[in-house]
Design a protein around this ligand. Structure first.
Ligand SMILES: NC(=O)c1ccc[n+]([C@@H]2O[C@H](COP(=O)([O-])OP(=O)(O)OC[C@H]3O[C@@H](n4cnc5c(N)ncnc54)[C@H](OP(=O)(O)O)[C@@H]3O)[C@@H](O)[C@H]2O)c1
Length: 373
């Protein structure tokens, strides 16, 4: 019998008011034939996890009595990495030691263990399995890479490849939120695909340093929000784009407000702006003239919806990202790790609350694993 813990909530609200840690049992001695028992290696805190707890995110896990709570409760966390501990007699696809991620959102990844079935998980190569391939160009995935592989890297990859044909060596995309995890993946993937990029970042004291870091990742041009609204900077960018004989065909917006106006203005005729986030909490603002005289198209992007009914696209996308990670062509967005220690007094949900309150980069809760960090 495994004693597991999960972070749950019974009502929506601010995380510090509604989250609690709940212990439950997994009977791993009497498994159903298709059962898969896993332990968690790591799970991150993403903005959408917080919105889900607050009740302002359209996709939510159902409240259930499955955890043995007196009132129905919902699990937190949508992304994470598990290691298979035990499988039922009919399970052929997984074996103990395999690394798996949830096949869908709302599975609940802020927990120590889970009991599921084969359909709940997708297998990723663990470092030992990559090593067995005897390919000197490949190194194993790290825990951080695998635990954060299903949301931000596919978001960047699919926005760049699924909607508009960007010609390698010529075309451009423009994005705001250049310092976000998605933005950093987009800069890197753009470079891997030979696509030029303009990244807009919030004005800051260390602007030059930020510019340099993002350019090293792969961004072609990095400008501040103030520069995003400047006519001189826009004219300068226009001539850089002309030199490549390409067009700015795609804008990626995760901020809204005037920032979205600035990036939409950099699009060429018939350009597409995909809105995938609203970090400023302000509406997307686009001048009317861009619609009438430049035929700009604006649409939303939601990775959950796109991949929900397209498992093949999900498989293909993950395979590409795994290959780039294994061959060292893609770097994961750095994470701040918070280690869960079963023997320590701090409850599991408090670790996630620390992650939620720390606004310095992506927070990853890790679970005592000690491999390939
Ligand atoms: N639609 C989808 O399928 C999908 C998928 C993945 C992510 N997302 C969304 O994409 C966005 C970024 O996610 P992430 O995980 O990459 O985020 P992240 O790594 O936590 O980065 C947050 C970004 O937002 C910026 N920011 C924070 N507050 C802001 C404000 N008030 N005004 C303007 N910018 C602000 C930060 O800039 P500083 O560096 O200046 O602080 C940083 O660039 C979120 O809205 C998330 O929900 C959507």
């Amino acid at each position: 019998m495994i004693t597991a813990q999960a972070v749950l909530y019974q009502q929506h609200g601010e995380p510090q008011e509604v989250l609690f840690t709940h212990s439950f049992k997994i009977d791993d001695e009497n498994l159903k034939p298709d059962a898969v028992v896993v332990k968690t290696l790591a799970s991150p805190v993403n903005p959408s996890d917080i919105n889900q707890i607050q009740g302002v995110y359209p996709s939510k896990p159902p409240k259930t009595l499955d955890f043995g709570t007196e009132e129905p409760a919902a699990p937190c966390g949508n992304e994470g990495l598990f290691e298979v501990l035990k499988v039922g007699e009919n399970v052929k696809d997984f074996q103990p030691g395999d690394w798996v991620i949830p096949s869908n959102v709302n599975f609940g990844t802020w927990r120590t263990h889970a009991l599921g079935t084969v359909s709940n998980f997708i297998k990723l190569p663990n470092p030992a399995q990559t090593q067995q391939q005897n390919d000197p160009a490949k190194k194993g995935l790290t825990v951080s890479q695998a635990a954060t592989i299903s949301v931000n890297p596919p978001t960047a990859y699919l926005m760049l490849t699924h909607y508009v044909k960007l010609r390698s060596g010529k075309d451009w995309f423009v994005q705001n939120g250049g310092t976000s995890a998605v933005g950093k993946y987009a800069s890197q993937i753009g470079k891997l695909l030979g696509i030029n990029s303009i990244s807009v970042v919030r004005d800051r004291d260390d602007l030059d340093e930020t510019r340099e870091k993002l350019k090293q990742l792969g961004a072609t041009i990095v400008i501040s929000e103030k520069e995003n609204l400047s006519r001189e900077v826009s004219a300068d960018i226009k001539s850089r784009v002309k030199e490549t004989q390409g067009e700015v065909k795609l804008a990626l917006n995760c901020v809204g407000s005037k920032s979205s106006q600035g990036i939409a203005k950099k699009l060429n005729h018939n350009g597409l702006m995909l809105t995938y986030g609203g970090m400023s909490m302000q509406p997307v603002s686009i001048p009317t003239s861009l619609f009438i005289f430049k035929n700009i198209i604006c649409a939303g992007f939601w990775v959950t919806e796109l991949l929900k009914n397209n498992p093949e696209l999900k498989k293909k996308t993950l395979a590409q990202i795994v290959e780039w990670y294994e061959t060292g062509k893609l770097s994961d967005a750095p994470t701040n790790k918070i280690q869960f220690n079963e023997d320590a007094k701090e409850e599991l949900h408090s670790l996630y609350l620390r992650g939620i309150n720390d606004k310095n980069g992506k927070q990853l809760i890790t679970y005592n694993i000690g491999v390939n960090e």
